[in-house]
Structures are given as structure tokens and as C-alpha cells.
Design a protein around this ligand. Sequence first.
Ligand code: ADP
Length: 623
Amino acid sequence: MEKTAGKVSWRETWSIYKRAARLLRRYTPGLFAAVTAWAAVTGVTPYAGVYLSARVLEELAGARRPDALWRWVILTVAVTGALALAGHALERWKNVHYQRFFEDRKRIYTDKLLDMDFEDVESQRTRDLLAQIRQDENWAGLGLQKTPYLYEGILQQAIGMASAVALCAGLFTARVPSSGSLRLLDGPVGLLGLLGAIALPTAASSWLWGVVHRMEQNAATAETATLGNRIFGAFGFFNRDAFRALDVRIYGQQRIARRYMASNLVFSADGPFAKLDAGKVGLLNAVSAALSGLPTGAVYLYVCLKAWAGAFGIGLASQYIGAVTALADNVRTLLRKLSEARNNAFFIRIAYAFLDTSNAMYQGSLTTEKRSDRRYDVEFRDVSFKYPGSDSWALRHVSVKFKVGARLAVVGENGSGKTTFIKLLCRLYDPQEGVILLNGIDIRKYNYHDYMDIFSVVFQDFQLMSQPLGANVAGSADYDRERVTKALTDAGFGDRLAALPEGLDTMLYRDFNGEGVQISGGEAQKIAIARALYKDAPFIILDEPTAALDPMAEAEIYAQFNDISGDKTAIYISHRLSSCKFCDEILVFDRGSVIQTGTHEALLSDETGKYHELWTAQAQYYT
Ligand code: ADP
């Protein structure tokens, strides 16, 4: 898929993380500061212990002065105690930021979704990328979210390395006093031998670890894991959703779920991951671990020989052993982290492919200025539109002018283009041909968010949130309670509201609160209408939100709505003609075109027209 495939170079890895750091700093300020402070303290802590205990040993094996010994012991306890305390305090601080980051990182994606052209929000590419990002995160914490953890690890190891180098510098400058063969240890042979014995197994162990890591976490295994997780996600808790539970019982759908679960071997003992672990991965991991032990042996040998030959005492010997062993450990872990970072960069690239989705829609800057007279004239001028990826026109040569404050009906059979007409009006898409004008100016020239402000739409598949009733209507936790109450009353929810003990604070649905109320489809509809009224936009549109109701009930709601929409320009959409007959103007859609316009009476009098045909066909329901 586009630039998400292929190997990531070190250079690209660096620029990927530079961008990741900028993003994370913006979304979770303070995260890097907290991680840096923690890594600095915990990075030096082991070395402080090594240094101070070496001083105690030195004094014990040397001059044995009680006051000096006491001083070192007290200092050791005080410093290691203070570092441990600071480490724990900083860990809490760090964890608080991680917790915040865990939530904030989701905003990186949701903000982008809010900002994207609607066409891209719906696209398969977007859905695929998001699914992949989520799966990679859930499966092995891969992607952007791994960035601070990698930074933490790399910094901690780097600080550890610097401390270790400072502590073991003396190991190479201390001279073996005798003239025996052990003088060799001071020369290049001894030094290169030691470095080689540390560096070669460390490098080999880290390299092998990188190989193993890439075998376990790569594009192909991510895909396998995705499949496994998807099957589990879809069928593992098949009847968890209340809306499905009934179908599952009646049609015994658990049989399908069980079959999928039985065949989902991805994470089982016979699955590909288990096989990998039992085979090559396990073997190479063991070799890597064995290699990582070799430097410790070499360090012991070198330091002990030098101490035995008299280059330094027992205290320094313990300091050098501690420092060099830890240094080898730091280097090995650092190399692993770097290789892990490069491997993870591959997964961050997928997140960037999503975040870099460009906005093709032109974004103008004109404001729609809040006009007190609500005079917003809209005109469709010869508009034609095809959905992305579709060959057929969903709308063809549509020309319509809205009268301000009028009641406009859009009728027509299912699939005739009514909803598409509204989607274009709300600029969810731009037409391929023709132009839509607001007060004589192409709507593309307006600031998009400003333009959105002039519409309230109740879509057919509106969604309410599992939030308090008032917040649902206002779309915000802080709202004008009086206005919300009025909107609900106007929408016909007044009696029900009065019966709710907690009124506007009543939680809808039970997702978050056992006390939440389950509302019926009709009630949900009224709340959705109240939400549209509360927004108080100059255009108010009902796009068959009543489709589940019988025609009589729909007609009643539409007529009621007519009274409450006041001076707003109202647009009603329905495939049921009777619901809209009160409107000032009716547009009859047929296969994407407006084929008739007029009042109900005028349209009905044309006996050869589509309206008459549809009316006669539907009349049986209303008589
Ligand atoms: P109506 O609201 O009158 O029922 P629509 O405006 O929803 O009709 O649909 C008009 C035409 O556009 C139909 O042929 C429908 O199949 C097609 N269509 C609607 N939505 C999409 C979409 N997202 N992608 C492709 N085609 C679509």
C-alpha cells in the first residue's frame, strides 16, 4: 500500500522519529520531560551503587579507618536511598504522563478524521489504514505509541553508558607494576583483546536479536496477527452486542461463530507464532542470550588478572567489574533498542500515510457572517455528481433555488438522489459539474466550518450518544438548560422529560451508567429533532429520520415540525408524498434529476406526471 511498504533506512528512521517527537510533544506536553528525568535518575542509579560500595570495600581492604568507613557507609545509604526515592517519585510522574498519552494519542487520529474531506473519511483506504494502525497497536504496541518507550529505553542506556565509561576509565590507565608477562594487559594486545571480547559477542548477540525481532514483528506477521485478532474481535464475543443477541438466539448463529473460532489458530499452540517461537526464533534467542554472557567472563578475567598483578586493590576491582559488566549490558540493550526503533519505524510509516491524507476539497476563507435577518439564499446551478469510484451519476443537471424561510420538500423513490442532494448542500462532497451558491457566491469559497454552522440536519441514521439527555441535545457538557428544555418540548419530548426523575441529567442508554434509560426509536427521534432545533441554524433539514414510523405518524411529525421551525428555511425529505404535501414547494426526484416542481395541488393536477403516479400508488396507505 503506497509508501507504507518496503524497508526503512536509518536516515528515514531518524526523520520518522523526529516527526513523532513533534507530534507527541504537541499532544502530551511534558511527556518527554518526565521520561527524560526518570531515565536520567534510573540510568545513573546502578553506577552510584557500584562506585560507593567500591569505596567501602577499598577502605575495608586498605586503611580500615573507622571514621572514613562510617562516612562511606552513610554516604552510600544516603545516596542510594535518595536516588531510589527520586526514581520512584519520577516514575509516578512519568506514569501519569504515560496515562495521559495513552488517551491523547487517540486524538492524533480523531483530529485528523475531523479534518479530512468527508469523502476520505468514508473511503476504504482510510478504513484499512485505521484498522491496520489499531491492530498493530493492540497486537504488540507497535507504531507511534511505542515512540516514548523507545526514547526512554535508549536514553536510559545512553546515560548508563556514560556513567559506566566514567567509572571504568581508571581500569585502562592503572599500570601493572611488575615486569612479568601480565604487563601485556596494559598494552594494545590486552586492551584490544578485552574490547574484542566485549564488543564481538555483544554486537553478534544484538544483531541476532534484531533478526529475531524482525522475524516476529514484520508486515507479514502483522497481517497474520490482524487476521487472528479480527476473527477473535468479530466472533469471540459474538453475542455481546445487545442488538445482535436476539438474532443469535433465534437463528443459532453461535454455530457460525464457533466454527470461525475453532479455525482461528493464529495464536494457538499450533499457530504460526508458536511455531516460530518453538523453532528458529527460540533457537536464535538462546544463541543471542548465550553470546550476551561472554563479555562478563572476559571482564572478570581481565580485571582479576590486573588486580592480581597489583594494578589496583579489591575496591577498584569490584568497581571495574560492576561498571564494565553493566556497560556491556547497556551497549547490548541500546543496540537492541535501536534495531527495535528501526523496525517500529515501518509501522509508524503506516500512521503517517493516514495522517498525510491530503484535503482535495478547496477550503475558502469567506465567513458566512451571522445575519440577523437569516437571509441565506441557496441555489443549485446545473449540478451533477458521481460518488467516488462510481460510474453512474447520482445527481444529474440539478438546478434549484431555495426561497428563504420557505418549506421545501424533496420527494422521490428510494435511490432517486434525495440524500445525495442534501449531502452536496452540506458540502460533504463537491459536485463534479455545476455550482452551488450561497447568497450568490460559490459555497467552496466559504470557510468550511462557518458554512456548516448554517445547517441543522436530522439524518435518517442519526446517532445519539450515551451521555446525559441535555448534553445530547446541546452537543456539549455546558449548555443553556432553559433552551434545551424548550427544544425538547418543541420536539414533543416535554411529557417524557417531565417524567424523568433526573430531567436533563438523565443518562441515555446504559453503556456508562447502570441508571441510564433505554429510549425507544420514536423518543430518540424527538431528541434528535430537539438537537437540530437547539443548534438554531437558519437551515433545518429532516432527511427521513422517521423512516421507521408508519406513514401517518411521519406525516404528523412533519406537520408538527413545520410549526416549530419558525422563520428557518426547512427542507423535508421523504419517499412518502403525503408527509410533505403542506410544503410551499415540492421537488420530485427521479433517477438523480429533478423532474417536477410545484405545490402539492399543482403537481397532483398534472395527471401524466410522476408525482401523480406516485401519489396514486401510495394513496392506498392513507385512506
Ligand atoms: P435517496 O436518498 O433518494 O434514497 P440516495 O441519494 O441515497 O437516494 O442515492 C442516490 C444514488 O446514489 C443511488 O443510486 C445510490 O445507490 C447511490 N449512492 C448513495 N450513496 C452512495 C455512496 N456512498 N457511494 C456510491 N453510491 C452511492
